[in-house]
Design a protein around this ligand. Structure first.
Ligand SMILES: [Zn+2]
Length: 143
C-alpha cells in the first residue's frame, strides 16, 4: 500500500480566505466572513441573526481573524489548533496524516505548509492533532 503523501504545492494562507468561519459577535453562533482580503473588503454575514458588517481589512495568521474569534479552534498539545474553514481543515489533515511530505522546490517559500509551527509538524503529536481535527470537524455541524 502506498504511504499517505502530502505534496506542498505552494498554497499560501490567502488561498483559504474566501470564506472564513467565525463566532458571530452578536449571537455567538457560526457566521461567515466572505471576501478574500487580498481582493476585496471582507464582509461579516451571520445567517443566524442577520448581522452584517463590512471590514476595511483583517489581520491574519492567528486564531483570531481581525477582532473575530475563529469558529474552528481547540486546545491541542498545549497549543491552539485553528482553521479558517473546512478546506483549511482538510489541508491540515492531509498534512498531519502524511508520513511523507514533499516540497516542490522554488514554488513558494511562503507556502502555508512550510510555515506551520513545529508542534504541528512533529510526528509525536500526530495522533493528538488528528483527534483535534476530528473534533473541529464536528464543530462544523454546530451552527
Ligand atoms: Zn449572529
Amino acid at each position: 500500500m502506498e504511504k499517505p503523501r502530502f505534496k506542498d504545492t505552494g498554497k499560501g494562507i490567502y488561498y483559504f480566505l474566501d470564506c472564513v468561519l467565525v463566532e458571530c459577535p452578536r449571537c455567538h453562533r457560526c457566521a461567515k466572513i466572505i471576501g478574500n482580503p487580498r481582493k476585496t473588503h471582507p464582509k461579516l454575514v451571520c445567517e443566524m441573526c442577520g448581522l452584517t458588517r463590512s471590514k476595511q481589512s483583517v489581520s491574519i495568521g492567528s486564531e483570531k481573524y481581525g477582532e473575530f474569534i475563529l469558529w474552528l479552534t481547540t486546545d491541542c498539545c498545549g497549543n491552539t489548533l485553528w482553521a479558517y474553514n473546512k478546506e483549511h481543515l482538510d489541508f491540515l489533515e492531509s498534512y498531519v496524516s502524511a508520513s511523507l511530505r514533499e516540497h516542490i522546490p522554488n514554488i513558494n517559500n511562503n507556502s502555508l505548509a512550510s510555515r506551520l509551527p513545529s508542534w504541528i509538524k512533529s510526528a509525536k503529536n500526530r495522533e493528538s492533532i488528528l483527534k483535534c481535527i476530528l473534533k473541529l470537524r464536528q464543530q462544523l455541524n454546530f451552527k
